[in-house]
Design a protein around this ligand. Structure first.
Ligand code: IPM
Ligand code: MG
Length: 357
């Protein structure tokens, strides 16, 4: 049966990189019988400009009725001063919450061809392969009460709430353990249990859930130490599981170990593995519209979609092989460019991947 993919390019470079990913999907349809239909929708600042909402009802419906969602990126200078309720980021957070995409998988893999692109020494990062499992629909991002209030003395006070229910912690731990079982069987749970009661509960529940996974080696680490260990000796990690905000921060750090945030895809899954797929990087308004952004993270997000939601490992492998081939051939967008390589534009990179398919 034909599967439906909602395509939400969003803002900034989102438009350009998603266009390349769409070309890849079209090629797979034509050459390898991939049975999908695409429908585009608005999200983020561009949606706000057109409809007054960063997540129009129509887009939410489209996302709900689709089998999978491909997202570019949201946000940009233009919308930074808007009220927080209608900022582009609310479009993304709304999709995560409405679709209950609680499990965010963020791999940090070093492509051997790009070992020089990392700011860390090659021996520290070569062979790096970490999977960060970030809780995505709870924690301080969504906790209530939240806001800014005025105190009796007239001073203003901002407040947010870090809150996790046991059920939220157990379901994300299970995802992490399942993934580790298909990798190196090691999970490091990251918390701040020495200070925050909420993450003391986190640690307790993760430990309890691990009992059902006898092959998994579970360790715990405070988030400050985890940040340090990620840059000191990143290869000690296999799977890391953590809260929404800690995962936001640590995944940017882990991504940059690979030297190329423009290379990394991500998946956000619900309990049935329906997912939204997007590059880890943002909308990069500073380079938008110049045809220089790296489309590979978005193209690799399509591979992740095929594997995790559409059950099509063959076509996922085709994409991954084509990406490896363009890297082997020395093609580089400017973010991963180094001397002696062949510098290409966004669309040239997309075309090269298609030729590789
Ligand atoms: C991310 C981003 C988002 C987040 C923003 C754009 C709301 O930084 O996906 O990591 O904080 O989750
Ligand atoms: Mg982030």
């Amino acid at each position: 049966m034909t599967k439906k993919i909602a395509v939400l390019p969003g803002d900034g470079i989102g438009q350009e990189i998603v266009a390349e990913a769409v070309k890849v999907i079209e090629r797979l349809k034509q050459a390898y019988g991939l049975d999908v239909e695409l429908e585009q929708g608005l999200v983020g600042g561009s949606a706000y400009d057109e409809t007054g909402s960063p997540l129009p009802e129509e887009t939410l419906q489209l996302a709900k009725e689709s089998d999978s969602i491909l997202l570019g990126a949201v946000g940009g200078y233009k919308w930074e001063s808007l009220d927080i309720a209608v900022r582009p980021e609310k479009g993304l957070l709304g999709l995560r919450a409405e679709l209950e995409l609680f499990a965010n998988l963020r791999p940090a893999i070093l492509y051997p061809q790009l070992a020089d692109a990392s700011t860390l020494k090659p021996e520290v990062v070569s062979g790096l392969d970490i999977m960060i499992v970030r809780e995505l629909t709870g924690g301080i991002y969504f906790g209530k009460p939240r806001g800014v209030r005025t105190l009796d003395n007239g001073e203003r006070e901002g407040y947010n709430t870090l809150v996790y229910r046991e059920s939220e912690i157990s379901r994300i731990s299970k995802v992490a353990f399942d993934i580790a079982a298909r990798r190196d069987n090691r999970v490091c749970s990251v918390d701040k249990a020495n200070v925050l009661e909420c993450t003391e509960l986190w640690r307790e529940v993760v430990t309890k859930e691990a009992l059902a996974f006898s092959n998994i080696e579970l360790s715990h680490m405070y988030v400050d130490n985890a940040a340090m260990q990620l840059v000191r000796e990143p290869k000690q990690f296999d799977v890391m599981v953590t809260t929404n905000m800690f995962g936001d921060i640590l995944s940017d750090c882990a991504a940059m170990l690979t030297g190329s945030i423009g290379m990394l895809p991500s998946a956000s899954l619900d309990i049935n593995s329906k997912g939204m797929y997007e590059p880890i990087h943002g909308s990069a308004p500073d380079i938008a519209g110049q045809n220089i952004a790296n489309p590979l993270a978005t193209i690799l997000s399509v591979a992740m979609m095929l594997r995790y939601s559409l059950n099509d490992a063959d076509n996922a492998e085709r994409i991954e092989a084509a990406v490896n081939k363009v890297l082997d051939d020395g093609l580089r967008t400017q973010d991963i460019y180094s001397d002696g390589m062949n510098k290409v534009s966004t669309s040239e990179m997309g075309d090269a991947v298609i030729a590789g398919l």
